[in-house]
Design a binder for this molecule. Structure first.
Ligand SMILES: Cc1cc2nc3c(=O)[nH]c(=O)nc-3n(C[C@H](O)[C@H](O)[C@H](O)COP(=O)(O)OP(=O)(O)OC[C@H]3O[C@@H](n4cnc5c(N)ncnc54)[C@H](O)[C@@H]3O)c2cc1C
Length: 482
């Protein structure tokens, strides 16, 4: 938003909203348990000290923290759909900090700063757990830890490298402990699993209950929330005006917490790439879960660059997801629904867990993730200093968005603290190439990544040309692919 946007106006591309029948199983469950009080669309022009665009975790944690830092601040939150209608109500529910990104953080900021950021993110997650528990928000919190498994000889080497990096960095003892194949099988048995690494700090939540619970907390703290209120334009100035179909908000400070939809804002078009992630959810099958010994509530992921991630639910389901090969130059339906990936994920689930062969798939959904060049979120304020942004979680924002809320609340209130001074503030990740090169390149690279991962998982050599493409982004400085 620096430079010469016409007459200070910035166009946004809000989502159109989702029909109830297309919502994630998580969100339908959460709404059935507690629909919450209505939050009607903005119907008039109004003023606020701080206006937040986006009712996902980032926007809502920001609103929550602003009210804690200064309860007298007038905050309003505008959401195009309903709060949690985006990825915050659709994700896998793996809630942890940033340890997996330690190598990227170290490369950017040095080891000492990197470890400090990871500790800060851990503290934020622990704090969030306490806030939710104290407020009686039942998010199905399960402290089962996180298990990263190798599924092929190539990934055994990735596991070794991974553990070596963490040992060399001297991270806390309970972050990434090596597990032998037998120890992995004791936590969850699959014909695909080999050795692994266990992080005792991993937790899972019901993601939409978290989003809807946050909505309740910010409403209780006095923040008006307007759902079904897409912000279509932002008029810059000493006060910022946000345009919506039936009214505007003029605010001293604005926070843009629109995740992958940031791609629709000219300034951020080359800062992130939207990519799809999808989940299939089984019917309840507690006996099948007991048969594979997966009763400890661990979240599980593998070493594929097109990550598989899976977790259980209290009633004995498996939610099985993956970062897919689908990208788009525009955030829309293409990233939400994908019958091809539904079939793929279902087949993978049954191959990983033959005991689930007779268990039906009850739901499938997907959503956009905001891939950034270094696989890290970034925060900052635009040239005028009164529009603040946070994005780039790259499919890992459940925990880090809590830190995001701390950072953005400090920026919006002009408070100098350990969060506003975090190295994640003000750095700009490497830009992606411009269109049409970007769409074409991303499509080719994602396809190459998925096919290379598949070959390695099947114990085959990858096609050298595809493997070259899957490794290309890293060679040219992006922390993406192999
Ligand atoms: C299928 C899937 C699985 C995932 N699994 C995990 C996981 O297990 N663990 C993890 O850490 N992360 C996971 N993620 C990523 C995680 O969900 C996100 O990083 C996180 O939800 C980001 O929160 P947010 O508030 O920044 O964005 P969002 O939840 O996307 O919220 C942004 C909101 O802004 C609204 N909006 C956009 N534009 C406008 C506008 N112009 N006007 C008004 N409103 C607007 C949108 O409707 C949306 O509700 C997953 C993502 C997906 C899609």
């Amino acid at each position: 938003m620096s430079g010469a946007a016409e007459a200070g106006a910035v166009r946004l591309e809000p989502p159109r909203g989702t029909e109830d029948s297309r919502r994630s199983w998580w969100l339908r469950e959460a709404l059935a348990a507690d629909p919450g009080i209505p939050c009607p669309p903005l119907g008039e022009s109004t003023k606020a000290d701080v206006a937040i665009v986006g009712g996902g975790y980032t926007g809502m944690w920001t609103a929550y923290r602003i009210k804690q830092l200064d309860p007298s601040t007038d905050v309003v939150l505008l959401e195009a759909d309903i709060c949690g209608g985006g990825p915050s109500g659709r994700n896998g529910g793996f809630m942890y900090g940033l340890w997996e990104d330690l190598p990227s953080l170290t490369e950017l900021f040095g080891l000492k700063e990197a470890v400090a950021v990871c500790r800060m993110a851990d503290d934020c997650v622990a704090d969030a757990e306490q806030i939710l528990e104290a407020a009686g928000v039942d998010v199905w919190l399960r402290r089962g830890g996180h298990l990263t498994v190798s599924t092929s000889p190539v990934f055994d080497r990735a596991l070794d490298d991974f553990l070596e990096t963490y040992n060399a960095a001297g991270v806390p003892d309970d972050v990434f402990v090596r597990l032998s194949p037998v120890e992995v099988a004791a936590r969850c048995r699959s014909p695909r699993f080999r050795g692994g690494a266990f992080n005792a700090r991993g937790t899972t939540v019901q993601p939409a209950r978290l989003a809807r619970g946050l909505r309740r907390l910010i409403l209780e703290s006095g923040v008006p929330v307007h759902e079904r209120t897409p912000v279509t334009a932002l008029q810059r100035g000493t006060r910022v005006r946000l345009e919506t179909p039936r009214g505007s908000v003029t605010a001293d400070q604005v926070v843009l917490a629109v995740n992958a939809w940031s791609h629709g804002i000219r300034e951020f078009r080359r800062a992130i790439v939207p990519r799809a992630s999808h989940i299939v959810l089984t019917e309840p099958a507690p006996d099948a879960l007991a048969a594979i010994g997966w009763t400890g509530g661990e979240g599980i992921g593998d070493f594929r660059a097109s990550l598989h991630y899976l977790r259980t639910t209290p009633d004995g389901r498996i939610a099985f997801g993956a970062g897919t090969g689908t990208s788009a130059s525009h955030v829309g339906r293409r990233l939400e629904e994908d019958p091809v990936w539904r079939r793929r994920l279902e087949a993978d689930l049954r191959a990983w867990f033959p005991e689930f062969r007779g268990v039906g798939i009850e739901a499938m959904w997907g959503g956009p993730i905001d891939v950034s060049a270094y696989h890290l979120p970034f925060f900052g304020s635009t040239a005028g200093g009164n529009v603040h942004y946070g994005m780039g979680f790259t499919g890992g924002g459940v925990g880090p968005s809590v830190l995001g809320g701390r950072i953005l609340s400090a920026l919006a209130l002009g408070v100098s603290n350990e969060f506003s001074r975090s190295p994640l503030v003000g750095y700009r990740p490497r830009r992606f190439p411009p269109e049409p090169l970007l769409s074409l390149g991303v499509r080719l690279v994602l396809e190459a990544i998925v096919r290379t991962d598949d070959a390695w998982d099947e114990g085959r050599r990858a096609n050298p040309a595809l493997e070259f493409l899957a490794r290309l982004p890293r060679r040219i400085g992006y922390h993406i692919g192999h």
